[in-house]
Design a protein around this ligand. Structure first.
Ligand code: B12
Length: 275
């Protein structure tokens, strides 16, 4: 006899495979209920598709259509609209931060509530990259304010955020050596020495790989090159459990950190100042 509970268990295992975000939410809420925490109407509080889109939608309507093109994963449209705005002399850094980035932010938040899937995120990323590339071309070569090595740490392939950080650092006059994703500590140290870098930005999105940033910061301590750590898997509390590191949340934090480090401040001062 097939029992309802068996069907439910099977469904839950399917969800774990296919929709990890939804699965996590189910487990988290189950734990809270098990602990006797009244969730009340919280599930209804979870953002709807429209709320998420509204929250991330730029107020400027010309920017909003770029955001929408990224959400739709329409690279041609994102490139065409970005080019038109650059033609109108809009600031390229502002376009990356306030027109292109809200698009990828939206699809990722939609993913969290099970309303967007990986192929959509990857298409949105293509559209984002198309627009970012144009903005970078517009900024062109600027005198270098300092050298930054950017990477996603070993074991982690999530590079969308790292690419945005690298683009914003470049837009702000820093020379960026982009080592890509899944980078070992050894490879990073070699590149830092070869480039004579002032700073490393390390990204990680998984709890299983975040210790890699700690290992990197500790090894680079002897080279006197600090690591700005970011990405959804880390927070200030974690990053401040090890030395030679500064936590940053946004790409503009990376710029602030880079400016201070390249101005000769040491990581302890920068940490304090960013609090
Ligand atoms: C897209 C995505 C993928 C894509 C990645 C494509 C790519 N090229 O990056 C693919 C399909 C490859 C993927 C694979 C996996 N993924 Co995934 N993925 C995501 C997803 C949906 C979005 C991540 C993203 O790009 N966010 C948008 C960017 C812009 O945000 P960001 O990286 O945080 O960067 C921003 C800031 O953090 C900051 N920032 C970033 N770096 C730095 C650095 C510094 C110095 C500073 C100051 C700031 C800063 O600036 C950025 C812009 O604001 C998330 C869920 C989510 N909603 O976030 C899951 C998620 C990260 N993935 C997850 C998992 C588990 C996996 C897999 C293990 C799944 C599997 N079972 O195979 C694999 C991992 C493979 C591997 N070895 O890495 C989990 C991680 C859970 C955890 N905490 O450990 C998440 C959270 C999903 C979930 N809820 O379960 N994934």
């Amino acid at each position: 006899m097939i029992r309802h509970i068996d069907i439910a268990v099977q469904k839950i295992f399917e969800m774990k495979e296919k929709e990890p975000a939804k699965f996590k939410k189910l487990i988290d809420e189950g734990i809270m209920i098990g602990l006797g925490v009244d969730l009340g109407d919280r599930s209804k509080e979870v953002n709807t598709v429209n709320q998420i889109k509204k929250q991330n939608k730029p107020k400027d309507l010309e920017y909003a259509v770029v955001t929408e093109a990224v959400i739709e994963g329409n690279s041609d449209e994102a490139i065409k609209l970005t080019a038109a705005l650059l033609e109108k002399r809009k600031d390229p850094t502002d376009l990356v931060l306030n027109a292109l980035m809200p698009g990828i932010q939206t699809v990722c938040e939609l993913y969290d509530i099970g309303e967007s899937y990986m192929p959509e995120i990857l298409l949105a990323n293509e559209a984002l990259i198309g627009g970012v590339k144009l903005c970078q071309e517009k900024i062109g070569e600027v005198p270098s304010k300092g050298k930054v090595v950017s990477l996603v740490i070993e074991g982690d392939v999530h590079d969308i955020g790292k690419n945005i950080v690298a683009a914003i650092l470049r837009a702000n006059g820093f020379e960026v050596v982009d080592l890509g994703k899944d980078v070992t500590v050894e490879a990073a140290v070699k590149a830092v020495k070869a480039a004579n870098a002032d700073l490393v930005t390390g990204t990680t999105l998984m709890s299983t790989t975040k210790e890699g940033l700690k290992a990197l910061a500790e090894v680079l301590d002897s080279e006197d090159v600090p690591v700005a750590c970011g990405g959804a898997a880390v927070d200030r509390h974690f990053v401040e459990t090890f030395s030679n590191s500064v936590y940053g949340k946004t790409p503009l934090d990376a710029v602030k950190i880079a400016k201070k480090i390249c101005a000769g401040k040491d990581w302890k001062e920068v940490r304090k100042e960013l609090h």
